[in-house]
Design a protein around this ligand. Sequence first.
Ligand SMILES: [Zn+2]
Ligand SMILES: [Zn+2]
Length: 227
Amino acid sequence: MSLFRLFQSRICALCHDPAESGSLCAVCERHLLGLHGRTDCLCPRCFAYSAGGSVCPDCESEPPPLEAVWAGMRYEAPVPAMLHRWKHLGNGAMARAFWQIMRQTPPPWLAECDAVLAMPVSRVRRLERGFNQCDELAALIAAEYGLERLPHDAVLRQHRPPQSTLNRAERARNIRRVFRLNAHLAGKRIVLVDDVMTTGSTLYALAHTLNRGGAHTRVWVLAKNQN
Ligand SMILES: [Zn+2]
Ligand SMILES: [Zn+2]
């Protein structure tokens, strides 16, 4: 390891104080772990508030296509700024910092999964950005838990306007028939990996596509909006 890398690896990715181990100092790590919060009062299928942690009435009456949802953190400061630095400025230190939190708060059902799939991006988006940030997380999860990593073209995604630029109704329309299965995934128990879950419409559309191909899908996101 070069001196420069050694120096870099001992600085907190967030506040630039010394980091004793990993990519975050103890204070920033504690703060981000606090954004994971309590999970015993959340619905296991949609991760929304539910007294006693039972399946919520919405999921009871209309079961969602995802068997379970799990989020590493709430989508609150400093997560949005960190995500921007990672996705749009290519700052890899943010990926390492996020992973430091996610691996300490894994979903309790991970042993029931056998494969990992990163939220696919369209070919145009991959070229624009140069990488898919979710591939990196999927690779880390696959390596840590000994899961099969599905290729990024196992599901193809058409190019559409970014969901973040649209309102709720437009998002639902924008995501219709956007995914197409391109691999045989019947019987696979897949953990989908995505950065942020907002309304869940993109993840639900992908889960519908995977389920139609005979797969079982759960999701582990880096952060979830609590609205
Ligand atoms: Zn720090
Ligand atoms: Zn629910």
